[in-house]
Design a protein around this ligand. Structure first.
Ligand code: SAM
Length: 232
């Protein structure tokens, strides 16, 4: 059995309690597949008021998070897991996708750095971080929710975390396609019927229909994914 360790550095450690204390993530923790640790950034501040931010050099609105508390927090984690990959959650990072989730799921340890306010002193990214990751082209108030997104997307790929491992093989983004439409009972809901082929019992036909529908949906909603396929 393999364990993936996450160390998360944040000024709001309490935000992680519920998402990490329920459902699949909690079960994976209990089974020893996941080791999740959340560190309060303020504990690494040398300031007597535990301050972790200051006004930006060059002027401008808002506050910027100091380099020192992050540098100290990351050094502390590295004492225990020197091989950890340190990821900075930031709208300026490379877009996170399923391929990246697979790549990260193969590593033994990830350290996630969560910003707040106007962001983090650039020296953190330059000197203490291996990779800068964005969860999408929009701006959130903090890196906590992006960190949760990343933990969830990566954890469910670990062997043993999901009840049925086949569900990962079939879902959206596998082979750069979106998933085909799914239906369940009732077969007829107020005249809205399930496609006939799905109740035909002909598995070859069903598979062909699913493939065609996945392709149609991807063409309509995410043609960029199909271009990725052509390149690879
Ligand atoms: N001033 C920064 C900028 O324009 O890039 C935005 C800072 S944002 C208000 C505060 C923090 O939220 C960031 O340091 C980052 O950790 C997190 N954050 C916001 N949007 C994000 C996104 N799309 N992906 C990952 N992290 C994000």
């Amino acid at each position: 059995m393999r364990t993936l360790r996450f160390d998360i550095v944040s000024i709001f450690p309490g935000m992680f309690e519920s998402p990490f204390g329920d459902s699949i993530i909690q079960r994976a923790r209990e089974e020893g597949l996941l080791d999740l640790r959340v560190h309060d950034l303020r504990e690494f501040s040398l300031n007597k008021h535990k301050k972790v931010d200051d006004s930006p050099f060059g002027g401008g609105v808002g506050m910027v998070m100091n380099v020192e508390p992050f540098a100290r927090a990351i050094a502390e984690v590295k004492k225990e897991v020197p091989e950890t990959r340190t990821l900075l959650l930031s709208p300026g990072g490379r877009p996170f996708d399923q391929e990246k989730a697979w790549e990260l799921s193969r590593l033994p340890s990830l350290t996630l750095i969560c910003g707040r306010y106007e962001g983090i002193d650039e020296r953190v990214r330059q000197h203490f971080v291996d990779e800068e990751i964005s969860i999408g082209d929009y701006v959130l108030t903090g890196g906590e929710i992006p960190a949760m997104v990343l933990v969830e997307a990566v954890s469910r790929l670990l062997p043993g975390v999901l009840g049925d491992p086949d569900s990962i093989v079939e879902e959206s983004f596998a082979g750069n396609l979106l998933e085909y439409p799914q239906y369940t009972r009732p077969q007829d809901y107020q005249g809205m019927k399930v496609p006939e082929v799905l109740v035909s019992g002909d598995h070859k036909k069903i598979r062909a229909w699913q493939k065609a529908e996945a392709l149609k949906k991807t063409e309509r909603v995410r043609p960029d994914l199909l271009k990725k396929n052509r390149r690879s």
